[in-house]
Design a protein around this ligand. Structure first.
Ligand code: FE2
Length: 294
């Protein structure tokens, strides 16, 4: 075998995890998810570069931001440093970010065009036929917001319903953990109106929760900051990763949602699929449910 071929194989092994692993089926809807991302630091840039790699193969055009989008100051140069530069490749490709507000975010973000919030603290959008996202402001849940989400959920029968907001109502984080007050007001609505998937951040790691009352919860809060070894034994965890930063890509193909969590070094740390209207998770590929490859 020629040296060049050997080198190519070695490179493909070293960076193999960069390759797309979701089904990546024609006609499916694909999106990416980041949480607690707005530091402007090296780790955010590394995740941004990986997102760019995945964008090349998956071609997703939507990225959900789960809050703490901009830490610290909110001057124009901060938006540049903590958002525009780390995700430049995606922004240049026309990828649309859709932000939810976290506890570190100034409400002025709602008017920042590239976050596509249209001046609203909470909003809904339908990026593809049969799929609807709902972004909430979990820092300030009031009666008005609860009435709004109930109205919007009840009017979305037949759609995939994916809700995202900053504070997790299920999390094994020692730092924050499950927000029980929020769970008390939101979970009954999610159950009543058939929400399938809920995405949150705030705890700086990745966790997929065992289905709760038929709903799949993810914590994706380590896309720049990291709280190492912060995941406690709670009995909630289906899969957890708190050793490095991470983000996720997802794909909806008719009644199946595929998910894949990827570490800062490009390792796939969780992968599987969820059937709509079902609490079961299947498709966890052999060898992928264990410790990530070195
Ligand atoms: Fe937070």
């Amino acid at each position: 075998m020629k040296l060049a071929a050997v080198v190519a194989i070695l490179i493909s092994f070293s960076f193999g995890a960069w390759a797309q692993e979701l089904p990546n089926r024609e006609g499916s809807f694909r999106f990416a998810v980041v949480g607690d991302s707005g530091t402007g630091g090296k780790r955010q840039h590394q995740i941004g570069a990986l997102l760019g790699q995945y964008h090349k193969t998956l071609g997703f055009m939507t990225v959900l931001m789960l809050g703490d989008n901009i830490y610290g100051r909110h001057k124009p140069k901060d938006f540049q440093k903590k958002f525009e530069l780390p995700y430049k490749a995606l922004l240049d490709s026309g990828v649309k970010f859709r932000a939810a507000l976290g506890n570190h975010d100034s409400p002025t973000q709602i008017s920042y065009k590239p976050f596509n919030m249209d001046g609203l603290r909470y909003y809904t959008f339908k990026p593809s036929e049969g799929i609807r996202f709902f972004a909430l402001d979990s820092t300030a849940v009031d009666k008005r917001q609860l009435e709004w989400i109930e109205r919007e959920l009840s009017g979305s029968a037949g759609d995939w319903k994916i809700v995202y907001f900053h504070h997790p109502i299920y999390s094994s984080g020692a730092r924050h953990g499950s927000d029980l007050a929020l769970r008390a007001v939101l979970e009954p609505l999610f159950v009543k109106y058939g929400v399938s998937v809920v995405l949150s951040g705030h705890d700086h790691f990745y966790e997929r929760i065992e289905p709760q009352r038929g709903i799949h919860y993810f914590v994706i809060g380590g896309s720049a900051k990291l709280r190492k070894k912060n995941i406690r034994k709670t009995g909630l965890t289906a899969k957890a990763f708190d050793r490095d930063n991470s983000f996720a890509v997802m794909e909806i193909d008719r009644d199946v949602l595929h998910f894949q969590a990827i570490s800062r070094t490009g390792e796939t740390v969780d992968i599987g699929s969820i059937s709509r209207n079902s609490a079961s998770v299947d498709g966890l590929r052999k060898g992928r449910d264990s410790a990530p490859l070195k």
